[in-house]
Ligand binder design. Structure first.
Ligand SMILES: [Zn+2]
Length: 53
């Protein structure tokens, strides 16, 4: 029987240019809200909000 998968790989996209710059893991049971982090975007060359997609 397959093990129940509760950890998702999610992409974090820059809110300015929309590119996917980061990937992170998220526990579906513990984290129910959408993730958002301030991270450096090398395309915008500045820190921007990166949101889960
Ligand atoms: Zn960007």
């Amino acid at each position: 029987m397959a093990k129940k998968e509760n950890v998702l790989i999610v992409a974090l996209a820059c809110s300015q240019c929309g590119r996917y710059n980061y990937y992170t893991r998220k526990n579906r049971q513990k984290v129910r809200a959408k993730l958002a982090f301030r991270k450096y975007c090398r395309w915008c060359r500045k820190h921007t909000e990166h949101k889960e997609v």
